[in-house]
Design a protein around this ligand. Structure first.
Ligand code: 2HA
Ligand code: ZN
Length: 250
């Protein structure tokens, strides 16, 4: 019973906590956003061998850096507000096959993973293969940050990074690698995943034009806090502009 694994359930509890924040922040309309967390280190040897509860799902490309790895992933079409209440009823635990070419669901119900799973796995695969201890991919739809991506002059890594860094002193410390920009691509596509991976070479946070934000990291709460800090900066920028002046910035 995976529910007897206290460390794992504590992590699933943190996923529920963050899913609740995404909803209350207004960043998760309908089924907007998705979360994947590498939980391999939290599983006992016995749990790692749990039998599959479905047929294997093929992957577009072999994830050779993730063979045998185990993830919690939110389910396709599932709402964050319900992930918050019942993470194992709105997401599943999957295991990548020994050859990396497919995955199977091992717990708790057969809930097909998020439409962005191929891109999440490609990102986990890329980051692990480049030696980063990445456990989390978080994608969400913050209104203020998406608003910025509708403005062409901000669709530039240096410009948007400088703008958001300059609104509050903490931002530069919390997002030291700045922000990567991915021009519009259709959600869930390989093209979006590949363009994002190129940005992850230099950044931990990527803005997807007219769509949302993707953050990677070692800890889900930290990933949320990073996006929350950027959102605060954007709100200060917009509130100054709405009051009719150009914010001075730091
Ligand atoms: O999961 O946000 O980008 C729904 C989405 C797709
Ligand atoms: Zn999205």
């Amino acid at each position: 019973m995976i529910r007897d694994n206290e460390k794992l359930m504590a992590e699933i509890g943190r996923i529920a906590e963050v899913a609740g924040y995404l909803w209350t922040r207004g960043w998760a309309e309908r089924n907007g956003g998705n979360i994947s967390v590498n939980i391999t280190d939290l599983m006992s040897e016995e749990e790692k061998e749990l039998p599959a509860i479905c047929e294997p799902y093929p992957l577009l490309a072999a994830m050779t850096g993730l063979c045998g790895h185990i993830f919690y992933v939110t389910g396709t079409g599932k709402r964050m507000r319900y992930v918050a209440q019942d993470p194992l009823g709105n997401g599943s635990i999957i295991r990548i096959a020994p050859d990396g070419a497919s995955f199977e669901i091992i717990a708790e119900q057969e809930i097909p993973p998020t439409s962005e799973l191929p891109s999440h796995l490609m990102m986990h695969n890329y980051l692990r293969s480049s030696g980063r201890d990445n456990k989390v991919v978080l994608h969400t739809h913050p209104t203020d940050l998406i608003g910025l991506t509708h403005c062409k002059p901000f669709l530039n890594s240096e410009t948007i990074t400088r703008l958001l860094w300059s609104m509050i002193p903490e931002c530069r410390i919390i997002v030291p690698k700045g922000i990567g920009i991915v021009p519009y691509e259709i959600p869930g596509t390989l093209a979006l995943a590949l363009a994002t991976i190129r940005q992850l070479e230099k950044h931990d946070v990527v803005f997807w034009e007219k769509h949302g934000i993707l953050a990677v990291g070692e800890d889900l709460v930290e990933c949320f806090d990073t996006i929350d800090t950027l959102s605060k900066s954007a709100q200060i920028f917009f509130s100054a502009r709405m009051a009719g002046y150009e914010p001075e910035g730091m």
